[in-house]
Write a protein that binds this ligand. Structure first.
Ligand code: BGC
Length: 724
């Protein structure tokens, strides 16, 4: 239907709707395979029948969707179809690595592909909307939700946002396989105080404009359909009521035309936030800030009629939100085909084998090898005795991570099965050794020690359970629990070569003895349905590890937040100067920094070349670096391009990522990492937070991680009057 006819239909509907029906369109109900918050009273089917529900979250599958939609289009007065939304963050039925792991692949094509495949599966299950991508830049491993984002860097989160929005919304050739994305949680949720979930956020305007807002801007530029404000406040203003950010910035300045959806119960939570006395005030604040859809608080339903009576809101304001919801349903194609995309058989790894292959590829591209002393890895496949020890060694279900709503545990592959399949000529013994986080049983520990002693190499698989990561899973000590420490000590003490495998959703603070005692360390995080096979591909050498950390791993909790983009300060760190910025009891930097990661081959970097040394504001500077594979096997190099502005109006980070590239290089071959860097990307927010570029020198640096000592650099002179 063309825009005009659609517009007419929508206006005709609005003219005919009662207030209750309008508020129904603005209400999203959890009906309910999975509930992630409080549940509203009343029979959901009865509410649907009365037109009191506009869309449903957390329901999927042929029979469920068909029946709910039948009620909407046959039994309601106006026959307006429902929309269905689920948190499809890293896979629907086939589960991909958690975002924090997948971001480590630094691979835009991969990010796009897994989003497209997720949309493909979810739309076949009747879903038209996902609450993703999650774009909360985070530098705090205490926060459980760090697992959902693309790590510590704003630019990576921007690129991740673009790829995910394209993959969910636009990449499928068949329009029925496109899913609306809702970028969340706007904004700075990743900066909750002390990493405590839902806590206050008190960040500077500069941090907002430099770090937290850009990924959302990228998503909006890419055409994301929706935005979800975060539960939290920012500097005392609850995001659910934030007119400055939701209305003035997002809608007016950025020109966002899509839908704004509250987080679960967040409008009602304006009361405990202490900015509304009752539901009428809460609903008023949210509506006036530009929130169209109330997810599960009942505030629009109960509060807006009272707000209208009190003269706090107008019918026009309500109609504006209703219009947006109906336009969204129109754009989803639901008026034409309420069962759009739905298929009888739920698609998953068993029904779409290509997705399983793709998930395995995604998982191996996301595994980061950070230590490999004496080239312990890859392990020989010829008859060695392998031990898979630890609470995560045989936990396939946990590999799916926090948002795996439709993922089936029975389809997931854990480390043990992966090793058994991948090393058919080896003996693979298993002993759990201890639970994930509980008292250790001496008999179980003894068995694990015995199993280690009988082996040639031990994979010591430590980590957390997936219900201990994600939402409402903050920790003051993100580190191995006591029982896992005890197990690790005992296994390392056997003297056998140990590969430490970390299956967590966040950086863990590891004790030095554990890292020193392990010959190799693999950061596996949660790799999804195919985690175990992907792991075996890497440790067996079928896949040369290519991932790099998108998040720094601190030495100590007290260093948090620690990330590569720190400022120089007025007293730059100097180990020989007691009055420079420093810790008395810990190094200044993290244990593993952004970009760290090893390969089974070595890359040698040539000098950095630049096609001009002086450039104007609208120029594009071409930067190149030759990369040679000096080792014995093919491998993928990741080259990061950074900038450092040494003198500006405000202090600048010592390094800022501006681009990255991946190159597959054969042994002995040299390839070129080539970047087209727009000079405008070197701008920074000035005093007024508008992009500002100064004349003068900017250092351009490149290399394989954010370790400054290993970067090659050139300098560029910016002279804005030169061109344009
Ligand atoms: C989370 C959101 C999620 C929503 C719906 C909330 O608790 O904060 O990220 O989209 O639930 O499941």
């Amino acid at each position: 239907m063309d825009g005009g006819m659609a517009g007419d239909r929508i206006e005709a509907l609005i003219a005919e709707m009662t207030l209750a029906e309008k508020l129904g369109q603005l209400s999203m109900l959890a009906a309910s395979l999975v509930v992630t918050g409080p549940v509203l009273p009343g029979d959901p089917v009865d509410l649907m029948r009365k037109g009191r529900v506009g869309g449903i979250l957390n329901t999927w599958g042929h029979d469920e969707i068909r029946e709910a939609q039948r009620v909407a289009v046959e039994e309601t007065r106006l026959k307006i179809p429902l929309y269905f939304a689920v948190d499809v963050l890293h896979g629907h039925r086939t589960i991909h690595p958690i975002p924090l792991a997948e971001a480590c692949a630094f691979d835009r094509d991969l990010w796009l592909r897994t989003a497209r495949e997720s949309a493909d599966e979810a739309t076949r299950d009747g879903i038209q909307m996902t609450f993703a991508p999650m774009l909360d830049v985070c530098r705090d491993p205490r926060w459980g939700r760090i697992s959902e984002c693309a790590g510590e860097d704003a630019y990576v989160n921007c690129e991740y946002a673009r790829a995910k929005v394209r993959g969910f919304q636009f990449d499928a050739k068949d329009p029925q396989r496109r899913m609306f994305g809702v970028a969340k949680h706007f904004v700075a949720y990743g900066a909750v105080t002390a990493g405590r979930d839902y806590a206050e956020v008190d960040v500077s305007r500069r941090a907002l404009h430099e770090v937290y807002l850009p990924p959302f801007k990228a998503a909006v530029e890419e055409g994301v359909a929706g935005i979800m404000p975060s539960f939290t406040d920012v500097a005392g203003i609850a995001m659910t009521a934030h007119r400055g950010l939701l209305r003035d910035l997002l809608r007016i300045k950025w020109g966002f035309k899509g839908i704004v959806i509250s987080d679960y119960n967040a409008i009602g939570e304006l009361i405990p936030h202490g900015v509304a006395h009752d539901m009428a005030e809460a609903a008023t604040l949210a509506l006036k800030a530009g929130i169209d859809i109330d997810m599960m608080s009942g505030a629009y339903e109960d509060g807006l009629p009272v707000a209208l009576e009190r003269g706090l809101v107008t019918m026009d304001e309500i109609d504006t939100a209703v219009r947006r919801v109906l336009h969204m349903k129109e754009a989803m194609g639901l008026f034409e085909n309420p069962l759009r995309g739905l298929e009888k058989i739920s698609p998953g790894p068993d029904t779409i084998p290509e997705h399983r292959v793709s998930a395995r590829d995604a998982a191996r591209r996301s595994l980061v090898l950070v230590k490999n002393e004496g080239d312990l890895l890859p392990v020989s496949k010829n008859g060695s005795n392998i031990a898979a020890i630890g609470p995560l060694a045989d936990k396939p279900g946990e590999m799916m991570g926090p948002w795996c709503m439709a993922g089936e545990e029975k389809e997931a592959i854990g480390f043990l099965q992966g090793l058994r399949e991948g090393f058919p000529d080896c003996t693979v013994q298993h002993a759990r050794g201890c639970p994930t986080d509980d008292a250790i049983d001496p008999g179980e520990l003894a068995l694990a020690i015995e199993t280690a002693r009988e082996s040639d190499v031990v994979f010591l698989c430590l980590g957390e359970d997936r219900q201990h990561c994600g939402e409402a899973a903050s920790r003051t000590l993100p580190r191995p629990p006591a029982c896992q420490m005890e197990l690790a000590r005992a296994i390392i003490a056997t003297g056998k070569p140990v590969v430490l495998v970390i299956a967590t959703s966040r950086p863990w603070i590891l004790p030095d003895w554990m890292v020193d005692g392990a010959r190799s360390v693999v950061i596996a995080m949660f790799g999804g349905t195919e985690a175990g096979r992907a792991f075996a591909d890497v440790v067996g050498g079928e896949w040369n590890p290519s991932a790099r950390l998108c998040i720094s791993w601190p030495y100590r909790v007290g260093q948090i937040p620690v990330h590569y983009g720190m400022r120089n300060t007025g007293r730059p760190h100097d180990p020989n100067n007691g009055f420079s910025t420093n810790f008395l009891d810990a190094p200044i930097g993290p244990r593993w920094v952004f970009g760290d990661g090893l390969s089974y081959t070595n890359f040698e970097l040539g000098e950095l070349r630049i096609d001009k040394t002086i450039a104007g504001a609208s120029d594009i500077v071409h930067v190149e670096m030759a990369v040679t594979n000096a080792g014995g096997r093919a491998g993928e190099a990741t080259i990061f391009l950074f900038a450092h502005d040494p003198v500006a109006l405000v202090t600048r980070p010592m390094l800022e990522l501006k681009d990255f590239a991946k190159l597959l290089i054969e042994p002995g071959e040299t390839r070129t990492a080539a970047f087209a860097l727009p000079v405008s990307r070197l701008a920074y927010p000035g005093f007024d937070m508008e992009p500002r570029l100064d004349d003068g020198r900017i250092n351009i640096l490149a290399g394989t991680s954010a370790r400054r000592e290993n970067l090659k650099s050139v300098s560029l002179e910016v002279q804005q009057r030169m061109t344009a």
